[in-house]
Write a protein that binds this ligand. Structure first.
Ligand code: ADP
Length: 512
């Protein structure tokens, strides 16, 4: 029986899984790498370290099978979005990878929005990428302004996957989903956008060649094929960005199904059958399969990272034994002792500033409504609810663009908690489905390989590989309280907008 390799190039590690034809896992490997962040707004990675991680992890999974029993048909990719690097005319890196989390282009973005709001809007409408430092287009302008000597020497601008494909195949090539998250791809004609490249001061010829996620290439450098234990005629499928693939990997492939992920950060996304642009630029829209599928979604900074803060700072001194064994279970159990609405305690989770829906890097967290009767149990419940209220507020924006979701597929660390999943069902007033844990990114990458080889036709066919799901049904008894709290959540967020800037200014001036 044949096998397929799915490679997921994430921000902290590359996870690689080798699958059988029926999507059974035959072997796995994970290679970690460091994030280079010697100042708070910098988040770089070494492209050659990641290239080595890809080679090593593939080699490790190949060693876990017998290629005679499981001949390897293809390797396919899931990759972190929004990465950018510069290479010279010989393909040598001139910079590290600037990851999505690198915020050093923040001033460029703020100035553009303030001084040329109309142009910022035009760019968004042409490319579907919100005006935010996460986007490679703004990172590129920042590099041009801060390191003109590098800018002059740059022959090509790439993301991490494009660099890896260049190393292996000596070709500059990318897929539409990764291309669209750069801010350079025109949503309508699916080519590099002239206005966007002109704004950045580059030529479209300096960007990789565009192709579909389900295209493959051959002609790998035989040295590297040997190193990984792959045949020389191996097919490398382009694959797609991790955001897109996490939707496909949980079977959220049709309009009306919303995928919600809460890991360290959070995201909501829906696949749609035509480009749908939010007039106000609050959610993105990227093409996936050309002329067939687009993805609309909102990236959210404040997910499980806030719950981790609760664990480490609010409860680190409490019930040592339980906190050491299963801290999150202990804390969610505690939250379940408090009724919906946390006895009138509201929490805004904006510790890390926020992207969708408010796009405000200065936003900060708040407990609102505290009285002397509130306990730590109320606080932990308010935090869990606040994280979901924030995600729900992105859904309210998305709903204007995509319509009401009928089903939710939920993934990420939060889905281990029944209490938290039930809260989501009650706040969204929609059933929440949680598939049994698996690596949705690599599974979806492997599925794209099947499509590339003509073994599957439609994205929805992936459902046969997705295991059992647990469904949480909304509890109408909680609707009234949550609706009331949600209204206050939105109002307080709006009311605090100016004060967010003041407190952020204070923090910049007086804290180091
Ligand atoms: P990553 O973002 O690195 O992919 P995960 O998807 O594993 O990480 O999510 C980690 C987050 O999930 C943690 O910060 C925590 O908030 C949450 N989490 C993990 N385990 C549980 C649990 N048992 N109950 C509730 N939340 C959990």
């Amino acid at each position: 029986m044949a096998s397929y390799i799915g490679v997921d190039i994430g921000t902290t590690s590359t996870k690689t899984i080798i699958y059988s034809e029926n999507a059974e896992i035959l072997g796995t490997a994970t290679e970690y790498y460091p994030l280079i962040t010697d100042r708070p707004d910098k988040a770089e990675e070494n492209p050659d370290t990641i290239f080595q991680a890809v080679l090593t992890s593939i080699k490790k999974v190949v060693l876990q099978i017998n290629p005679k029993d499981h001949p390897i048909k293809a390797v396919s990719f899931s990759v972190q979005q929004h990465s950018l690097m510069a290479v010279d005319k010989n393909g040598e890196p001139l910079t590290n990878i600037l990851t999505w989390a690198d915020n050093r282009s923040e001033k460029i973005v703020a100035n553009l929005k303030k001084q040329h709001p109309e142009f910022a809007k035009t760019l968004f409408q042409r490319t579907g990428v919100p005006t935010h430092p996460m986007a490679p287009i703004f990172k590129l302008v920042w590099l041009r302004e801060t390191t003109p000597e590098i800018f002059k020497k740059t022959a090509y601008w790439l993301g991490i996957k494009e660099y890896i494909f260049y190393k292996l195949f000596n070709r500059y090539i990318t897929d539409y989903s990764v291309a669209s998250s750069t801010g350079f791809l025109n949503l309508n004609d699916l080519d590099w956008d002239e206005e966007a490249t002109k704004f950045a001061g580059i030529s479209p010829a300096q960007l990789p060649k565009l192709t579909s996620s389900t295209d493959f290439i051959t002609g790998i450098n035989p040295e590297y094929a040997k190193q990984m234990g792959l045949p020389e005629d191996i097919k490398f499928v382009l694959g797609a960005s991790d955001g897109v693939l996490s939707n496909i990997g949980v079977g959220a492939t049709e309009e009306g199904t919303l995928a919600v992920t809460i890991g360290t950060s959070a995201a909501i996304r829906s696949l749609v059958d035509k480009p749908l642009i939010d007039e106000k630029g609050r959610v993105y829209c990227y093409p996936i399969l050309p002329n067939k599928k687009w993805i609309v979604g909102g990236p959210i900074n404040n997910g499980g990272v806030i719950f981790r803060w609760v664990r480490d700072y609010l409860f680190n001194d409490l019930n040592k034994e339980k906190m050491e064994n299963d801290p999150y279970d202990f804390l969610t159990d505690l939250a379940s002792t408090v009724p919906a609405g946390a006895n009138g305690l509201l929490f805004l989770p904006y510790f890390e500033g926020e992207r969708a829906p408010i796009w405000d890097a200065n936003a900060r967290g708040t407990f609102f409504g505290l009285t002397e009767s509130h306990t730590r149990a109320d606080m932990v419940r308010a935090v869990l609810e606040g994280i979901i209220f924030n995600i729900y507020s992105v859904m309210l924006t998305m709903r204007e663009v995509t319509g009401e979701p009928k089903t939710i597929m939920a993934t990420g660390g939060f889905s281990r908690s029944k209490v938290w999943c039930q809260m989501m069902a009650d706040i969204f007033e929609t059933p929440v489905n949680v598939p049994v844990a698996f690596e949705s990114g690599t599974l979806a990458a492997m599925f794209l390989a099947k499509m590339a080889l003509g073994e599957a036709k439609d994205l929805s066919e992936i459902n046969q590989y997705i295991g059992k799901v647990t469904t949480y049904t909304p509890n109408p008894n909680n609707f009234a309280r949550y609706r009331a709290m949600m209204k206050i959540f939105i109002n307080v967020t709006r009311d605090l907008s100016d004060d967010f800037s003041s407190i952020a200014d204070f923090q910049r001036e007086f804290l180091n």
